[in-house]
Design a protein around this ligand. Structure first.
Ligand code: URA
Ligand code: SF4
Length: 269
């Protein structure tokens, strides 16, 4: 194999590890070869079909009606030489312990329990909400109040029992009166979320509501503008949908939410 082909293979493999689709890269030079050939055969290299830096050039796969690509956000990882324990936490339990003792922002003052998140460390889907509400603060568990009951139903609709996903929030302590988390609170708390996603290595992320979507994509764009696109967080496909608490107020958004979660379901299959 020529150096060029070896490099291409390496790039395609990296793309696969980032969650890309199958593309055939034949062993020998093949005159008719083009990106986007269907696969996977043995020895195939894999890629989302894009050239480096070009996320728009994804060839449509036959029968695929996934939404087009959106934002790709790749926040810097932890500094190997720092002694910050969060980016180096080895498990979800270690993260939960660090969260339990955390006083990095003012939300620690009013909390009864921290709510680090719960679910399978092997989950193929990570669901991210905004922050604990009253019942979550009382129990230390995410999404167990009224919004949580609706989330359980939503997950049931795509045949995902709660135990098979990892459910968490952007901030791990309840904002007073359920107000929006403030920018500095989110900035203080987000390393826990980033490390949780890094540990779980899901096939897809479902960001529910504006806070989760804007935090994970590092954008101020509205939820409406962010829906119906396949974004990426550190290469992991990310779907944006309404927050279940918003659905309780606006039942009209249920149908679009169902459409969004079905897309998420296809990404993890
Ligand atoms: N709303 C959220 O965003 N998260 C919860 O855990 C509960 C309600
Ligand atoms: Fe720490 Fe996050 Fe709680 Fe703030 S919200 S005290 S950063 S765990």
């Amino acid at each position: 194999m020529s150096d060029g082909r070896a490099l291409a293979r390496e790039f395609l493999e990296q793309q696969r590890q980032l969650g890309g689709d199958w593309v055939v890269l034949p062993e020998g030079p093949t005159p008719g070869w083009r990106p986007g050939s269907v696969g996977p055969p043995e020895n195939a290299a894999l890629t989302p079909g894009a050239s480096p830096g070009n996320t728009q050039a994804r060839p449509a796969r036959e029968g695929s009606d996934l939404p087009p690509p959106g934002i790709s956000y790749d926040p810097p990882g932890g500094d190997l030489f720092s002694n910050d324990p969060v980016p180096q936490a080895v498990s979800l339990d270690v993260i939960a312990q660090l969260v339990a003792g955390c006083t990095k922002c003012r939300l620690c003052e009013g909390r009864r329990h921290t709510v680090p998140g719960e679910g399978s460390a092997e989950a193929r889907l990570v669901v991210v909400g905004e922050g604990p509400g009253r019942v979550e603060d009382e129990t230390g568990r995410p999404f167990v109040g009224p919004a949580g009951e609706l989330l359980t139903k939503i997950l049931g609709a795509i045949e995902l029992p709660r135990e098979r996903v990892f459910i968490c929030n952007v901030v791990k302590c309840r904002p007073p009166e359920n107000r929006l988390p403030q920018f500095d609170e989110i900035a203080a708390c987000v390393p826990y979320l980033f490390r949780q996603i890094e540990i779980v290595k899901p096939k897809a992320i479902l960001a529910m509501g504006g806070t989760a979507a804007q935090t994970l994509l590092n954008t101020k764009q509205s939820l409406g503008a962010l829906r119906n696109l396949v974004h990426r967080f550190r290469g992991v496909p990310l779907i944006v949908t309404y927050h279940p608490a918003a659905l309780l107020r606006n039942p009209n958004w249920k149908k679009p939410t169902w459409d969004d979660v079905r897309i998420a379901r296809r990404l993890i299959d």
